[in-house]
Design a protein around this ligand. Structure first.
Ligand SMILES: [Zn+2]
Length: 483
């Protein structure tokens, strides 16, 4: 406070030096997915803050990680059902002593992160008051962006050094030396969040701070990186031909997951009329999140805590079937790829003892479209229309139509033939070759629907706002004629 006039030039000089030294630091980082899965941690964190460095995603037990050639571990989240255990804490302390940087991002609501931080005399609590400012420890005059930022409460007399403050001089980001290493605690909302990685908040100063902190441990481009990935979670077990991968943190949920999977798959096969194609859906990874999963064809990632699983089962049936349907429809994704995946889930939910809930979800989804297109004649399944005078829809309402109209079509077709789904997928397997010179499209789809139902369905789709042309698809020659 007694050097106000000197500070600006000193900052310029320091930050100049700082930027230069940070520039040459090689970072080999780990973004931890094992305590909380997110697409953000799987690659996006790297593309935002360390695009020219190595950042691998860790899917398995953190304490099993080989850190020989690693100097940064980013703990970006911890699901509310998971904790860092004693082995994790000992592992992180050892890594810090060796000179590594550990970044803990959290907020007042992230229990796991706060319990971990309490080991180091800090926790997130209460709401910070924007705007935010860099302290002299960071230097520079960059603006600090962030909404809904939590205050970082530091144990007095500790070794913490504040890096970013709010307007009331409360800390929102700090670091402390720990052996040769550096521990950084940052309010999660000072970092980006978008799965697409576009919102690289505060990149100008976050990147140099990370690089400097990682410089306490040298890594080498000549030495091997640790083997990590979605099939290295710590445990892999084969059950009925399917390999399940899961970390020790999720081991308590393994039995519940294989049980529900064993119920869903035969029910799906019955509904879809065909088995999975060779190599599809034969690996399952359990993900520490309630927020979503993915299908990569052969590998299906499942959110273990989806809709309050394992306490409640019905939501998991819909979700599990959704992800597996993505694998089932391959090699050709459907024109209504997301809606049909959930629809199959809702039908199977009915088969497995929740018929009312399945029906309710189907009706609710159809309502999303019927409010915009009551007689289902105006929009195609993407929410577009050629009809003169009809309202053109924005992206959000197009999405409502996409889901609602697709569900409506499936219900109509199943009304015409209760076995429609299995007949459709059997016809698709039989007539649509694995390799095609074009993307499986709406014309192809309606041809296969026509084969399945044994009658030309092109007029019906055209009458209901979905323009299709049977001359444009090679599969219409298989449609039975004269019906
Ligand atoms: Zn999906």
């Amino acid at each position: 406070m007694w050097l106000p006039k000197l500070i600006p030039s000193l900052f310029l000089c320091l930050s100049g030096l700082f930027a230069q030294s940070a520039e040459n630091v090689r970072v080999h980082g780990i973004a931890d997915l094992s305590h909380e899965f997110s697409f953000y941690a799987d690659g996006r964190f790297r593309s935002q803050y360390l695009p020219d460095q190595v950042v691998l995603s860790n899917w398995g037990n953190l304490y099993d990680l080989d850190t020989e050639n690693i100097n940064l571990i980013a703990l970006l989240g911890c699901d509310g059902n998971v904790r860092y255990n004693a082995r994790d804490v000992a592992f992180l302390k050892k890594f810090l002593r060796q000179g590594g940087c550990v970044l803990i991002a959290g907020n007042a609501g992230t229990k796991g992160q706060n319990l971990l931080l309490s080991e180091f005399g800090a926790r997130f609590e209460g709401k910070a008051v924007p705007p935010f400012f860099l302290t002299s420890a960071v230097g520079g005059s960059s603006a600090v962006a962030g909404n809904n930022v939590s205050v970082l409460v530091l144990k007095p007399g500790g070794k913490w050094e504040t890096l970013v403050q709010d307007s009331a001089q409360a800390t929102v980001m700090a670091r402390r030396k720990e052996g040769k290493g550096t521990l950084i605690a940052v309010a999660r909302n000072l970092l980006g969040n978008n799965p697409d990685g576009k919102d690289a908040l505060n990149r100008e100063w976050v990147t140099p701070v990370l690089k400097e902190a990682a410089s306490g441990k040298e890594v080498s481009g000549e030495k091997p990186l640790p083997a990590v990935g979605s099939t290295r979670m710590g445990n892999s077990k084969v059950v009925d031909g399917v390999t399940f991968h899961y970390s020790d943190y999720l081991a308590p949920y393994f039995q519940d997951m294989i049980k529900i999977e064993a119920q869903c798959r035969p029910a799906m096969e019955k509904r879809l009329g065909v088995p999975l194609s060779q190599g599809m859906g034969n690996q399952v990874g359990l993900l520490a999140t309630g927020g979503g999963g993915f299908s990569a064809g052969g590998y299906v990632g499942l959110a273990v805590f989806w809709e309050n699983f394992p306490k409640e089962k019905k939501g998991m049936i819909e979700f599990l079937c959704h992800e597996f349907t993505h694998s089932w429809v391959l090699p050709h994704p459907e024109v209504w790829n997301e809606p049909i995946a959930t629809y199959v889930g809702d039908v199977v939910m009915g088969d497995l003892g929740y018929p009312e809930e399945g029906k309710r979800r189907i009706e609710n989804t159809i309502r999303r479209a019927s409010t915009l297109d009551p007689d289902m004649t105006v929009y195609d399944i993407y929410g577009n229309t050629e009809r003169p005078g009809a309202v053109r829809l924005d992206g959000g309402r197009k999405n409502e139509i996409h889901w609602g109209k697709s569900f409506w079509v499936f219900e109509q077709l199943r009304g015409m033939d209760p076995e429609f789904l299995s007949k459709y997928f059997r016809a698709k397997r039989k007539y649509v070759p694995a390799r095609m010179d074009h993307r499986y499209n709406m014309d192809d789809t309606v041809a296969v629907i026509s084969i399945a139902l044994g009658k030309d369905m092109f007029p019906w789709f055209n009458e209901h706002g979905m323009p299709v042309d049977r001359e444009k698809t090679p599969f219409s020659r298989h449609i039975p004629s004269g019906k």
